[in-house]
Design a protein around this ligand. Structure first.
Ligand code: UD2
Length: 281
């Protein structure tokens, strides 16, 4: 790769605070691996599969084993209320899976937003000295392309595929001042997806702790942000800018056609029947 030419003139590759936005062609995989391989890092990966979402695990894990941090130490942590239904997927050397029995809920909103406190606890009680990096990923997704060390950074956000390139007034931020997730009309940089969060474990601990506290305050005030923990995540990133931003190559949606500026889809939400998989409407 030449270091003199702009390799992706068709997309924005840097945020206004000079964090890289990762697109295919903007990084050299060999250099990335040379940096991180010598550190012998472990990438903890949390995935929640409660209720019928346990059915998404097989494809998620099988495709992860073909694409996600190949030849690195990866430790999956599967939170589920149905441990017996976790599929047996053969893992490559250096890769582990731990099942964590988790209480269910009859509200999907509660399931998605409680991920913050569960990740916070997992890091505090277990991961802080066991892994260097962590990713929290939605389970109703598949890997279609390589995802590796180029995605690592202190604190990593992902552009939501539904809103990248949109103007700020279209972002579905929480607009009620009563919620801790409130963002004013004239604020906000991007709309980030709740499906992919990553970074160094201590930095993700700070993120999950802060969001969990804000969610607690909202709960006391009997208000639930429009997109649950995703709204609080967007508020967090407004004041704590991500050090690296992943392009929608890292969070696509199967129902969307691939535009020319998406050269490779790495991870994508599968098409699901919400009425069938969620515990409540
Ligand atoms: C969006 C976000 C999601 C989350 C949610 C907020 C993207 C692409 N998706 O997706 O990350 O922020 O809005 O409400 O950014 N889950 C279960 N069992 C359930 C319900 C959910 O295990 O019964 C888990 C599962 O890991 C799932 C995740 O929670 O992947 C997110 O839930 P969703 O996929 O139903 O949320 P969705 O599609 O509205």
């Amino acid at each position: 790769m030449s270091h003199r030419v702009c390799v992706r003139p068709d997309v924005v590759t840097t945020t206004p605070w000079l964090a890289p936005i990762v697109w295919d062609g903007t990084f050299d995989q060999t250099v990335m691996d040379a940096i991180y391989k010598q550190q012998n890092i472990t990438v903890a990966t949390t995935v929640f599969a409660l209720g019928k979402y346990v059915d998404f695990l097989k494809d998620f894990l099988e495709t992860a084993e073909k694409n996600f941090f190949l030849h690195y130490n990866v430790h999956y942590y599967v939170f589920t209320d149905r441990p017996d239904d976790v599929p047996a997927v053969t893992l490559s050397p250096g890769r582990k899976l731990t099942v964590l029995k988790t209480a269910s809920s009859d509200r999907w909103q509660e399931i998605t937003l409680r991920r913050m406190e569960m990740i916070e606890k997992l890091i505090e009680e277990h991961l802080i000295h066991k892994a260097e990096y962590i990713f929290s990923l939605d389970v109703d997704c598949k890997f279609y392309g390589p995802w590796g060390a180029e995605s690592l950074g202190d604190i990593v956000a992902t552009l939501h595929p539904g809103y990248y390139g949109e103007s700020r007034n279209k972002f579905p931020y929480e607009r009620r001042p009563e919620s801790q997730a409130y963002i004013r009309q004239e604020e906000g940089d991007y709309y980030y997806g709740g499906a992919v969060i990553g970074g160094r474990v201590d930095r993700v601990l700070k993120l999950t702790k802060t969001c969990r506290k804000q969610l607690d305050v909202d709960r006391e005030n009997k208000i639930e942000a429009v997109w649950q923990e995703e709204s609080h995540l967007n508020k967090y990133f407004l004041y704590n800018k991500p050090s690296k931003v992943l392009s929608p190559e890292y969070l696509w949606q199967d129902f969307k056609a691939k535009p020319p500026n998406i050269k490779v889809i790495r991870f994508s939400q599968v098409i699901k029947n919400y009425a069938q998989v969620r515990p409540n409407p």
